[in-house]
Design a protein around this ligand. Structure first.
Ligand SMILES: Nc1ncnc2c1ncn2[C@@H]1O[C@H](COP(=O)(O)OP(=O)(O)O)[C@@H](O)[C@H]1O
Ligand SMILES: [Mg+2]
Length: 224
């Protein structure tokens, strides 16, 4: 499903070019649950953003679900993201002043879904995450774990085949983090491919495969 070959990416910081990914090659099959680990600054978020089509690359090739990503225009990248990928972040990234239900409806506004259908599917996604009883609450009225459930519901509402998660348990206590991992297991069992960055070994142990990055290169991959 994911095929990266020789990916290089640098950031320019003032006059200096900072190499962050220095030749990453990686294949992920549909249905895998992969954890990406590595020290702070090793390029985990950058790699996840490349895979999530949020960021472009300098050189190398990337195909996702048969689509060529490395040559795609910004419009194409947006379409590929909307069709194939759901995102979950460490700080949940919910819109503060609207309800949980409205937050989950947002991705369907871009796809032009009818309002009644939107509401129905948002409620179903919240039910799947066991948080439908909080549909009318604003994010500030929810605990961290509850906010992350809403965020996962939002990520899933357009039925993406790939879920990309950057430190999804990084703001949660360990019991709540494990509850979120149970939800990831259920999603993975139902067929969703998952790529997750974490620095916690206990969280990574939930994945079927662990990739370790070091200085912008894959240092170890137990699934390769
Ligand atoms: N937008 C950016 N501009 C400049 N440097 C960046 C940017 N994003 C990340 N970096 C740098 O790239 C390196 C890798 O960052 P990142 O991928 O966030 O690492 P990780 O997630 O493993 O901590 C770090 O040195 C970071 O400071
Ligand atoms: Mg990071």
């Amino acid at each position: 499903m994911i095929n990266l070959t020789g990916i290089h990416k640098s950031y320019s910081v003032g006059e200096v070019l900072l190499p962050v990914l220095r030749g990453v090659s990686l294949n992920v099959n549909a249905g895998e649950f992969v954890a990406i680990m590595g020290p702070s600054g090793s390029g985990k978020t950058t790699l996840l953003n490349v895979i999530g089509c949020l960021d472009d690359v300098d050189t190398g090739t990337y195909t996702l679900a048969g689509e060529t990503v490395d040559q795609a225009s910004d419009d194409d990248l947006a379409r590929i993201r909307n069709q194939h990928i759901g995102f979950v972040f460490q700080l949940f990234n919910l819109i503060p002043r609207i309800s949980a239900l409205r937050n989950v409806e947002l991705p369907m506004i871009y796809t032009g879904e009818h309002p009644a259908e939107r509401r129905k599917r948002a409620l179903q996604a919240l039910q799947r995450m066991n948080i439908a009883d909080r549909a009318d609450h604003a994010p500030s009225q929810l605990s961290g774990g509850q906010q992350q459930r809403v965020a996962i519901a939002r990520a899933l509402v357009n039925n993406p085949e790939l879920l990309v998660a950057d430190e999804p348990t990084g703001s949660l206590d360990s019991a709540t983090g494990h509850e979120i991992m149970m939800l990831f297991h259920e999603l993975n069992q139902a067929g969703t491919t998952i790529l997750m960055v974490t620095h916690e070994e206990e969280i990574a142990a939930h994945a079927g495969r662990i990739i370790r990055l070091k200085d912008g290169l894959i240092a170890n991959d137990d699934g390769a």
